[in-house]
Design a protein around this ligand. Structure first.
Ligand code: NAD
Length: 420
């Protein structure tokens, strides 16, 4: 007997999951338009897709869209703590084998990745590059079958570009994150709102008057700072890139080294995609009661092993809040085991913004199938036509009209002869 190709926490949660998936779909008009076309045209007929994504209501709507296009789709989680168990149950009910349990240990996490790969994918869809790296290191026999892969997030793309630079990448990848209709909106407005939401749900703190230290002023950092400021927090930015730091200053934030900010901050949020950004020297000077959260892809931004070493004792004081009491009596509070707090303690990005990210995913899956064998093996940008089309469809769904260039303007903008 073939082994079961799904693994969820509780199949009886399916009905709740279905309702939540349906609710999210109301906010995903671009994905809806694509799903209607896919249902009629079946551009993914006969294509097997393995997706390693956060198992949320929005991902469910992407998977249902790929299925409507004819794809045989199987899913696993891209983070051990981000799964919505009711959504996983509903997906199985919808006929999409899903392998994801919130709180799964590392062994189960990789077992689930391998089950998703057992389907011998033609396309891989990753959020963090765990499928691609597993295929390239442990499941090399699958490579020949793969047409291409899509990568959702900044950190995954950094990993894949390094693989390519090392001559290790063996099939083409599309960098979904780099689409303007992805990172301008998902990373900024999505992460901005949902990170604040996750921290609020975990702690119920009042933001007004708090000193909030945000490490990283990239797309996610811009969103988090903007929303924290809107709630009345005093925001301090920590950066390593001069241009990003300058932008933060001119956007009205205080910028300083983390060692300095560590002494004054009430809440620390990492969104840098980097490692050990908050480390021993910082823990040593933080105020009693400081709260630490991460919304970057991996749980490597806060040096948790060092915090564990420094702690005299540790207890869970609320769901997703771990109190570390240090030898000198100070307590530091780590949220969600340092994993992306917006997905751990809240529901991840709102559907309306994932609408654009996942529209890019669906259209790029179609693009890769259409261009099978023609794409160079490297990390490709999302084709500009797709990016523009997603923006056009989103505007249309929002009822927003824009102007277009006149023939005279087109000529003017394309010429160099006309001056003053
Ligand atoms: N939580 C979510 O749902 C979610 C959504 C999108 C992206 N992400 C992840 O968030 C992270 C950031 O993504 P992004 O798109 O903002 O990336 P980005 O490259 O736009 O920004 C990262 C910024 O961090 C800065 N940085 C790097 N090391 C630093 C350090 N030691 N101290 C201070 N600043 C430092 C960089 O200079 C850069 O400006 C990535 O890991 C990405 O995968 C998470």
């Amino acid at each position: 007997m073939a082994h079961k190709n799904y693994d969820v926490k509780n199949p009886s949660l399916a009905e709740v999951g279905r309702q939540r998936i349906e609710w999210a779909y109301r906010e995903m008009p671009v994905v809806r338009i694509i799903r209607e076309r896919f249902t009629a045209e079946k551009p993914l007929q006969g294509i097997r897709i393995s997706g390693c994504l956060h198992i949320t209501t929005e991902t469910a709507n992407l998977a249902l869209t790929l299925k409507a296009g004819g794809a045989d789709t199987i899913l696993c989680a891209s983070n051990p703590l981000s799964t919505q168990d009711d959504v996983a149950a509903a997906l199985v009910d919808y006929g999409i084998p899903t392998n994801a349990i919130k709180g799964e240990d590392e062994t189960t996490y990789y077992k689930h990745i391998n089950t998703a790969l057992d389907n011998k994918p033609h396309l891989t869809i990753d959020d963090g590059a765990d499928l691609v790296s597993t295929i390239h290191t442990k499941r090399k026999e699958l490579i020949d079958n793969v047409i291409g892969g899509a990568e959702e997030t900044t950190t995954g793309i950094i990993r894949l570009r390094s693989m390519h630079n090392d001559g290790q990448l063996k099939y083409p990848i599309i960098a979904i994150n780099d689409a303007q209709t992805k990172h301008f909106f998902d990373n900024r407005y999505g992460t901005g709102q949902s990170t604040i939401d996750g921290i609020t749900r975990a702690t119920n703190i009042l933001w007004a008057g708090k000193k909030v230290v945000v490490c990283g002023y990239g797309w996610c950092g811009r969103g988090v700072t903007m929303r924290a400021k809107g709630l009345g927090a005093h925001v301090i930015v920590v950066e390593v890139e001069p241009v990003c730091a300058l932008e933060a200053v001119m956007d009205g934030f205080q910028v300083m080294p983390l060692l300095e900010a560590a002494r004054v901050g009430d809440i620390f949020i990492t969104v840098s995609g980097d490692k050990n950004v908050i480390d021993k020297a910082h823990f040593q000077v933080m105020k009693d009661g400081a709260i630490l959260a991460n919304s970057g892809h991996f749980n490597a931004e806060i040096n948790i092993p060092v915090l564990e070493d420094m702690a005299k004792s540790k207890r869970t004081i609320r769901d997703f809040v771990e109190e570390y009491t240090l030898a000198d009596g100070r307590s530091l509070y780590l949220l969600g085991e340092g994993r992306l707090i917006n997905l751990v303690a809240a529901e991840g990005h709102p559907a309306s913004v994932m609408d654009m990210s996942f529209a890019n995913q669906a259209l790029c899956a179609e693009f890769m199938v259409k261009n099978k064998g023609k794409l160079e093996i490297k990390v490709h940008p999302v084709p500009e036509e797709i990016d523009k089309e997603v923006a056009r469809l989103k505007l249309r769904a929002m009822g927003v009209e824009i102007d277009s260039l006149t023939a005279e303007q087109q000529k003017y903008l394309a010429s160099w002869e006309e001056g003053t």
